[in-house]
Design a binder for this molecule. Sequence first.
Ligand code: ATP
Ligand code: MG
Length: 249
Amino acid sequence: MHANRIWIPPDHPRAKSLYTREMLVDGYRRGLVTAEGLIAHGRGEAYDYLIGERTTKTAQRAIKAAAAMLLLSKRPVISVNGNTAVLCPRTVAELAKVTEAAIEVNLFYRTEERERAIKAELETHGADNVLGVGSRASATIPELQSERRRVDPEGIYRADTVFVPLEDGDRTEALVEMGKTVITIDLNPLSRTAKAAHITIVDNIVRAMPAIVEAAREIKGGRSLKKIVGGFDNKKNLRESLKIIKGGI
Ligand code: ATP
Ligand code: MG
């Protein structure tokens, strides 16, 4: 596997993890990812190690509920940061198409240059009409300070459901306060984001995103969407993820 400038032998036991790291380092060099984003990934990796670097049955249940929720929503938005844009630009574009969701660039460390680079990266991989860039992000999330509160009036501001993979706790809590249904991907079942969201997928984004697209394609148009969402219990699901981490399952 060639990642960035280094060669990773495909039979290396940590090949996938190393490859993902190199994608992020490459994204950092291209101005898409921040240094803080690299550190946040490191925290995620530690939890991934503990769950066995696989999509657990527990995560699969959350993935199905997330797909159903997005399909049921009237104005779903997928919020994308630097790490997400670098790790899964194609599946973000695919998920937006299958669930008829908008895509919005939403950054913790906001600069217009980085916003534009992320938009371009998403477009290269098939996304269109990417919201939230520059002056488009003119609405504000109440309760949040500075640049982090800016959102697109056509996107997150008027969304009923917001999918925020790899989000920070403050913003997740603020979105819940605003009455949004919040879906997240977060390897740490103890984070504030994981606890505040309505549907938390405890899985690595590189595995979870393609799985959500697949689930959405499978259940789209079916009659069981409400049942899938109604039968999902996030607290219970988080407890199960913790049990797996503790080695109980
Ligand atoms: P919170 O603000 O929600 O309390 P935090 O401050 O610990 O969490 P942040 O840096 O705000 O962490 O958010 C990043 C989150 O994303 C972390 O919980 C981290 O475990 C998770 N994460 C990082 N990389 C990945 C990844 N590749 N897949 C899934 N989750 C990831
Ligand atoms: Mg945080």
